[in-house]
Design a protein around this ligand. Structure first.
Ligand code: PEP
Length: 253
């Protein structure tokens, strides 16, 4: 476990201004759990409002366009989300890869553009059930990462990786700790190889996929798990804070 676990809520396409009270409650409570780094990625429409309310938690976006500006109806650039108050962006989520046909090459461009705009990046990777059943999960995930991780000097300050097996997202079926450990170990080896051990050690590898307050303490105690990316259970302060408390308990006193 990294010294300070990073617990990130991804609200996906959920939330109107009525949900600002949940963000406020998460922010206030996070001030009591300083051993944990708490962050929220609300939909783009709420980034600025949540940013204005938040004193403790980090605010991020769920995607950005790779370009700087121009004729891209409906898109937002990295600089725009940074201007709205985002400090990080989630890129390569499987719902964008599947629902929007995002390729590794496009994700690599988005990563470059986010870093150029001064954002930290949470780069998602993860295999589907077929690939896991075929024994090819590791090869697949490392391929996704090799294709999108940027060649930069200060990777440790810029990057977080989130391993999210697709079959575990929103299903209530989290991956087994032994499988998480094996995959995170393989990802760590890749990061060591790409960035050197010192820089790699600063990059947290989050697990995502049906994390809740019950399984969080077990998952967060798995070697090389530096935190969690949380979907469904981040939508209410009550559920999300249960995970934050679990993270706080796994940090050595
Ligand atoms: C996610 O989509 O990033 C995710 C982990 O979702 P859930 O926690 O709902 O499985």
């Amino acid at each position: 476990m990294a010294e300070r676990p990073y617990i990130v809520g991804n609200w996906k396409m959920n939330g109107t201004r009525a949900m600002l009270s949940e963000a406020r409650a998460i922010d206030r409570a996070a001030q009591r759990y300083m051993k944990v780094e708490v962050a929220l990625a609300p939909p783009a429409t709420l980034i600025h409002a949540v940013h204005r309310e938040a004193e403790q938690i980090g605010i991020g976006a769920q995607d950005c366009h790779p370009g700087e500006a121009g004729a891209h109806t409906g898109d937002v650039s990295a600089a725009m989300i940074a201007d709205a108050g985002a400090k990080f962006v989630i890129l390569g989520h499987s719902e964008r890869r599947q629902g929007h046909g995002e390729s590794d090459a496009l994700i690599a461009d988005k990563v470059q553009s986010a870093i150029a705009a001064g954002l930290r990046v949470i780069l998602c990777c993860g295999e589907n059930a077929e690939t896991r059943d075929a024994g090819k999960a590791e090869e697949f995930v490392l391929g996704q990462l090799r294709a999108a991780l940027p060649k930069i000097e200060d990777a440790g300050d810029r990057l977080t990786v989130a391993y999210e097996p697709i079959w575990a997202i929103g299903t209530g079926r989290a991956a087994k700790p032994s499988d998480i450990e094996a995959m995170h170990g393989a990802i760590r080896e890749l990061l060591d190889e790409m960035y050197g051990e010192a820089e790699s050690a600063k990059i947290r590898i989050l697990y995502g996929g049906s994390v809740d307050s019950k399984n969080a303490p077990t998952i967060l105690a798995v070697p090389e798990v530096g935190g969690a990316l949380v979907g469904g259970a981040s939508l209410t302060a009550e559920k999300f804070l249960g995970i934050v408390v679990g993270g706080s308990e796994t940090v050595e006193a």
